[in-house]
Design a protein around this ligand. Structure first.
Ligand SMILES: *Cc1c(COP(=O)(O)O)cnc(C)c1O
Ligand code: SF4
Length: 346
């Protein structure tokens, strides 16, 4: 079955969900998905075991999405930081270029929940042309992050048209694609796609896995095909309450990612996006998890833990506190909690 027909077979109605899981509240699912779209493709649906499954929580609408009175529609001020529609320029040398409004699954915790998969996200030839134009006349831009939505939901031809447009700009050093497809619809990563992507090096892909149960043989093959095309793979995981907010789950995920040739890149504190408050954890949860990782597992497996500052301040890395005192000597705890020191007084 082609990825397009798999996608066309996605669950979009509450009735289909309660047919398999009678305990699901189809009234709630119906109501929530009117505001925030639902799409669960047959591949991801097949991985869900029951209604307490961490994969269920990521995919199926919850009544809590409509009860969030704390968070904001656009907490990272992306719209304010867009010099062209769907192009966010926040940091000096890189931009975020949104080229697709569609995803292979609509994650309930999505940071761009305000628009992804809805009519509010308008992307067409004209918005792409305006984005390319801005990059072309802004020589400080060296790194273009192609995201969305999910860029791999575009046809190979359309994605190539965009990649070629970016690659033709001399001051752009690297192109990155942000995509959840290797996790949620790995069969989209065809040999033909990889042959095309290979023409636009240096190209990096950051994918997005949140739970070890997502590391299937299909996902491993998709990542293998991309890696074989010479594309370095990173992973941007979001810390989610009830999904992956403990050390054992994160450790299993990170080790599993290295086995499928994906290098963990970021572990994100949840953004304050309206409709996602119930997923947010305490900062301390993330720091405790980081402490359980650093020194205990391969450094290759360890992501940066970061919080994206509300208001558009950017990503700030957070580390557990190791330092006890500074002066002539730096006194600190090592990863096992033993006290060590380093003479710093020269
Ligand atoms: C996350 C992000 C980037 C990339 O940040 P890195 O730390 O370089 O991965 C760029 N632009 C925007 C708007 C972002 O949100
Ligand atoms: S794949 Fe990414 S952009 Fe799409 S719904 Fe999930 S988190 Fe949002």
């Amino acid at each position: 079955m082609s990825w397009q027909s798999l996608l066309a077979d996605s669950l979009t109605s509450a009735a289909e969900i309660s047919r398999r899981f009678p305990a699901a509240d189809s009234g709630v699912i119906e109501e929530v998905s009117r505001q925030y779209p639902m799409r669960i493709n047959p591949y991801y649906w097949g991985l869900i075991k029951d209604i307490a499954d961490p994969l269920w929580r990521q995919a199926v609408p919850s009544s809590l999405e409509l009860k969030d009175m704390v968070c904001e529609a656009d907490p990272l001020a992306e719209e304010k930081l867009s010099p062209a529609v769907n192009l966010v320029h926040k940091y000096p040398d890189r931009v975020l270029f949104l080229v697709s409004s569609q995803c292979a699954m609509y994650c309930r915790f999505c940071t761009r929940k305000r628009k992804v998969g809805t009519a509010a996200m308008v992307i067409d030839d004209a918005t792409i042309a305006l984005g390319l134009d801005y990059i072309r006349r802004t020589p400080a831009i060296r790194d273009v992050l192609i995201s969305g939505g999910d860029p791999l939901l575009l046809s190979d031809e359309r994605l190539e048209w965009i990649l070629a447009g970016v690659r033709a700009i001399p001051h752009v050093d690297i192109i990155r694609i942000g995509t959840r497809v290797p996790c949620v619809l790995p069969m989209r990563v065809s040999h033909r796609l990889c042959v095309m992507l290979k023409r636009y090096h240096p190209l990096y892909i950051n994918t997005h896995f949140n739970h070890p149960a997502e590391l299937t043989t299909e996902a491993a093959s998709a990542c293998g095909r991309l890696a074989d095309a010479g594309i370095p793979l990173g992973c941007q995981t979001v810390l989610l309450r009830g999904v992956n907010d403990n050390s054992e789950v994160i450790k299993a995920l990170l080790r599993g990612l290295l086995r499928i040739r994906v290098r963990p890149y970021y572990l994100f504190q949840g953004d304050m996006t309206r409709g996602t408050d119930h997923f947010r954890t305490r900062i301390d949860t993330g720091l405790t998890i980081m402490k359980s990782l650093i020194g205990h597992i391969s450094g290759m497996a360890i992501p940066h833990f970061a919080v994206d500052a509300p208001g558009g301040g950017g990503k700030i890395p957070l580390l557990p506190d190791y330092v006890i005192s500074r002066g002539e000597k730096l006194v600190f705890n090592n990863y096992c909690g033993e006290i060590c020191s380093y003479p710093d007084g020269y």
